[in-house]
Design a protein around this ligand. Sequence first.
Ligand code: UGA
Length: 446
Amino acid sequence: TAAPAPRISVVGTGYLGATHAAAMAELGFEVVGVDVDPAKVEALSAGKVPFYEPGLPELLVRGVESGRLRFTTDLAEAAAFADVHFVCVGTPQQPGSNGADLRYVEAAFEGLAQHLTKDALLVGKSTVPVGTAALMAERVRSIVPADGPRVELAWNPEFLREGKAVQDTLAPDRVVVGGASPWGEELLRRVYAKPLATGTPFIATDLPTAELVKVSANAFLATKISFINAISQVCDKAGADVTVLADALGHDVRIGRQFLNAGLGFGGGCLPKDIRALMHRAGELDANWLVSLMQDVDEINMWQRQRVVDMAVEACGGSVLNRRVGVLGAAFKPDTDDVRDSPALNVAAALHLRGAQVVVFDPEAGETGKRSFPALGFGTSTEEAVQGADVVLVLTEWPEFRTADPVALRALTTGATVIDARNCLPAQAWRDAGWTYRGLGVAPVQ
Ligand code: UGA
């Protein structure tokens, strides 16, 4: 007879954990999600996702209603219940340093180890500096008594994208597992049986390689974006068009078209902090090429924001003091209400600090935006944001901005310049409607 399906706990129910827990329940497992925040636990237990993520509410409700998915603040309950524990807690950037703050990771592993009374596989999913997993394994070993239950640790990084979290979790590109014994690997192969059955590659490796696969993936994506943004600067100077260039590059399968969109650059809770944590860790390890490479990637990225601020100032004739600036977009990218390290809000705030009257509209991130920048004005529609504006900035490429009617919007504004900081608008249609269209690395029509 087949062994009973492993029972699963997910420690930390933020973006990653909530999605992972709901996805595991969808795959048929019994799952308990654990979080220190009672408000989160209450919301999730009631089937409410505390952030905007397409498809996740449906998955969560199905899991909760089936009885396979529940949430608790009690780590001991999870330790008593589950065979496989996924640690999905955050690793934010440390204040005043580029390094990652590992206190939540440490607390999760130590807390689990203290409560375990039966065999368990502890699986790290959080993004961590290389070397952390081995350290956690050591800690766990020192806590669990030698004659106690069998407790092992493995690392299984997560590659989900916000806005596509459900599909990325249910059908990942690859499953990477570091440091698992044959017993641990077998357990994880059962957990991921469904995607593995459809040909998803399973890569079993050691702990440091697994940790590094994750940060290298994000570092590469960030490098691709900063590369095209650096090229876009040359395009501006030379009168070339970076979008056509990227399309042409993308046909080479070795390069690929994705992550070659020039514009305001990357933000969010992952790429910026991950490249900084990587540069910090590489420095500690005296691996200095990566330090300087990541420094350049970060600097190019931050410079893009300044570039857009400068363009807005120029469009207002040298000063934005008391000028009305209409900002379309607050989220760090479309399909999310996440404003962590959002380039859009960063630019809006910089213009506000220079004395502009900024009104921002975002289809989903108005509330989260207002919470992090209460001084900024927020409107409830595109029209409200651009009403009377001296200059309009498109800072997040939401579909409703791409398809907005330039003729109707032009009738509402005072000025006629649109700065398309995501190169996402149909430029000619906007020009035809009387706008002065400015993109990044898109030569202005003389
Ligand atoms: C990123 C990775 O893509 C995921 O694979 C990874 O799992 C995740 O981080 C993580 O570490 O948890 P995410 O932060 O959701 O996912 O966002 P991305 O879709 O990667 O976009 C990041 C930023 O890059 C956005 O601000 C986006 O606007 C920007 N971007 C993206 C560009 O500026 N140009 C592009 O061509 C593509």
